[in-house]
Design a protein around this ligand. Structure first.
Ligand SMILES: C[S@@+](CC[C@H](N)C(=O)[O-])C[C@H]1O[C@@H](n2cnc3c(N)ncnc32)[C@H](O)[C@@H]1O
Length: 412
């Protein structure tokens, strides 16, 4: 319906995706930095670019790439952990200060004794005795205690701690959802909390060091607004954005990627609000009774899903309705000649594939954009389920997300 071009160059099969601050913290469905970089290089508006916006910034990949290319950026995400990561990844911390604080932390770890731990109240972490060994909770608490003394560098170390908080829990690390390890796995599970922390700090200092070789005065601003409802005009005025590079969710968090569950360990550890209800407030979390968008491009697919399973149909139209309203709001912020790049996945629901790339082109077209290109790329190294069970019948799986669609449009 809308032209797609398959191009294997965009798969970046052998690329190092952990350059600069991209190594800091794992996050579900991260964008490949090389994709953002190539989009900026090849598709930025010819008459100049000052501001890039990412309405679903996640860990901040496109913001980091914008700043490296001397472009200011604004990002928003409803997930507090994502905001912390994006902030830290786009901050040029003083490397010497970070190293000094790290030495201070290390020298205290050498003499660790659990009687040093001040905060022993873990009630903010739901079911903590089920998910953690007490000795690990105490060690994590001690790390938090030391990090609090790192003044203006606390969040640099908190991002590291966040990964450790998840990795020493009894969750299966290969899953985004909260599944406890089997008894057999638990028997052999004895993570070294302090060692993990130290190894990750060393890794992140290397990333920081590379990021600090970038010399310009560009920066990123991080927000928590929901583009589905409104983009505050005091943050982004109408027609002020030159370029959008983003990868939105491809469905609601309950039936696709569970950003809230993945982040719950950290969001609870740091006492962030909404840790428990995050998946309900992300796009598609609120249920619509009826379609709240205009589309012809995917009507047959939606009709098929409706006939097979009305509940799944309602989930799909709820997500698409939110997505439609978000695009309507984003479209207003783009200046004439501005470019939007949406990296989307076409998921399969009940054996029916939903062409989110068509829907994206069609919706932006309704708001005065022309379609430039849709590049289809393979996803060799994105952490995504490549098979799912579309009918929920045991053992019946089909391959789902092997390709990604980079939809590029320009405002007329
Ligand atoms: C595919 S991820 C983005 C990944 C990002 N490109 C990266 O490289 O890390 C999608 C993000 O959308 C966020 N999200 C979902 N619904 C949202 C909404 N209504 N407003 C803002 N962010 C939302 C999720 O929390 C998640 O972080």
């Amino acid at each position: 319906m809308f032209k797609r071009t398959f191009n294997d160059w965009w798969s970046f099969k052998t690329a190092n995706t952990k350059e600069y601050t991209h190594c800091y913290h794992n996050y579900p469905a991260m964008m490949i930095p090389q994709v953002a970089r190539a989009l900026i290089n090849d598709y930025k508006p010819k008459d100049g670019i000052k501001l890039l916006f990412d309405p679903y910034m996640g860990s901040g990949t496109s913001l980091v790439e914008a700043n490296i290319c001397n472009i200011n950026a604004i990002g928003t995400d409803l997930n507090p952990l994502a905001r912390m990561m994006a902030k830290v990844k786009t901050t040029h911390y003083d490397e010497k200060k970070i190293k000094d604080y790290f030495s201070f932390i290390q020298s205290n770890l050498v003499f660790y004794n659990d009687s040093f731990v001040e905060n022993r109240d873990f009630s903010r972490i739901s079911n903590h005795a089920f998910w953690y060994k007490q000795e690990d909770l105490l060690k994590l608490s001690y790390l938090s205690q030391l990090i609090k003394q790192c003044e203006d560098c606390q969040d640099f170390f908190n991002v590291v701690l966040s990964e450790v908080v998840r990795e020493v829990s009894f969750t299966r690390n290969s899953e985004f959802k909260r599944y406890k390890m089997s008894d057999k796995q638990l028997k052999n599970f004895s993570p070294d909390t302090f060692k993990l922390f130290e190894t990750k700090v060393i890794r992140n200092i290397k990333g920081l060091s590379q990021f600090n070789t970038v010399k310009n005065s560009c920066s990123s601003k991080i927000y928590d607004f929901n583009s589905v409802t409104e983009i505050p005009s005091d943050i982004i005025g109408e027609e002020t954005v030159d370029m959008v590079i983003t990868s939105p969710p491809y469905g609601d968090s309950h039936t696709t990627v569970a950003y809230g569950q993945f982040s719950r360990w950290s969001n609870e550890w740091f006492g962030f609000d909404e840790a428990k209800i995050l998946d309900n407030i992300l796009m598609g979390g609120k249920k619509y009774k009826e379609v709240s968008f205009q589309s012809n491009s995917i009507t047959p697919e939606l009709e098929k899903i409706k006939q097979i399973d009305s509940k799944r149909y309602q989930e799909v139209i709820s997500f698409l309705s939110d997505y439609y309203h978000s695009i309507a709001n984003v479209a207003k912020c783009i200046r004439h000649g501005g470019v939007v790049c949406y990296v989307v996945g076409n998921r399969t629901v009940k054996t029916v594939q939903i062409s989110l790339d068509y829907f994206t082109v069609e919706t932006f077209s309704q708001f005065g954009f022309k379609h430039i290109n849709t590049i289809v790329r393979r996803i060799p190294n994105k952490r995504m389920p490549s098979k799912n069970s579309p009918t929920n019948e045991q053992g019946k799986t089909i391959s789902t997300m092997n390709n990604e669609y980079i939809v590029i449009l320009q405002k007329c």
